[in-house]
Design a protein around this ligand. Structure first.
Ligand code: GDP
Ligand code: MG
Length: 170
């Protein structure tokens, strides 16, 4: 790769969906069974090489609690990418994810690359949201969709990689 791209990326979604766990898995290759709730937001950075570029993600991991909602625009404004996370075992978290998509499509950067992550894909027995339902929603709203597991690492690097590939090359 010969291009260096800096990309601000924000994670949004219900509290408990696994935003911090996805970031921890991507940035440090770790998983914590009792991950503490995020307060406000946390910042991380990680670099990923794709075919033609090196992408440095500047990652804002937001809290997800309603009481921090008014802070969210600070994190998604100017973001090149967003991962909207829900928990496949929690239908309410999927509904919350749709609200975030709506808000980003109304207020966010129009060229933002958006990914929908159905996390906790390792908990198949407790599944409440089908992959078909989420895929159909994602397609209809112009996002790309993946089921992930921060626990097993399934599709975690892949979702960041897919985002990196889709970022505009300046
Ligand atoms: P956040 O509030 O969205 O940042 O969610 P956290 O990352 O704090 O995760 C909430 C809880 O779900 C923690 O106890 C995590 O260990 C757990 N968790 C997160 N991702 C996964 C996953 O992929 N699979 C399983 N089984 N548990 C997960
Ligand atoms: Mg968190």
């Amino acid at each position: 790769g010969n291009k260096n791209i800096n990309a601000k990326l924000v994670l949004l979604g219900d509290v408990g969906a696994g935003k911090s766990s996805l970031v921890l898995r991507f940035v440090k290759g770790q998983f914590i069974e009792f991950q503490e709730s995020t307060i406000g937001a946390a910042f991380f950075s990680q670099t990923l090489a794709v075919n033609d570029a090196t992408v440095k993600f500047e990652i804002w991991d937001t809290a997800g609690q309603e009481r921090y909602h008014s802070l969210a625009p600070m994190y998604y404004r100017g973001a090149a990418a967003a991962i909207i996370v829900y928990d496949i075992t929690n239908h309410a978290s999927f509904e919350r994810a749709k609200k975030w998509v709506q808000e980003l499509q109304a207020q966010g950067n129009p060229s933002m690359v958006m990914a929908l992550a159905g996390n906790k894909a390792d908990l198949l027995d407790a599944r409440k949201v089908t992959a078909e339902e989420a895929q159909a929603y994602a397609q209809e709203h112009g996002l790309f969709f993946m089921e992930t597991s921060a626990k097993t690492a399934s599709n975690v690097n892949d979702i960041f990689y897919e985002i990196a590939k889709r970022l505009p090359r300046v």
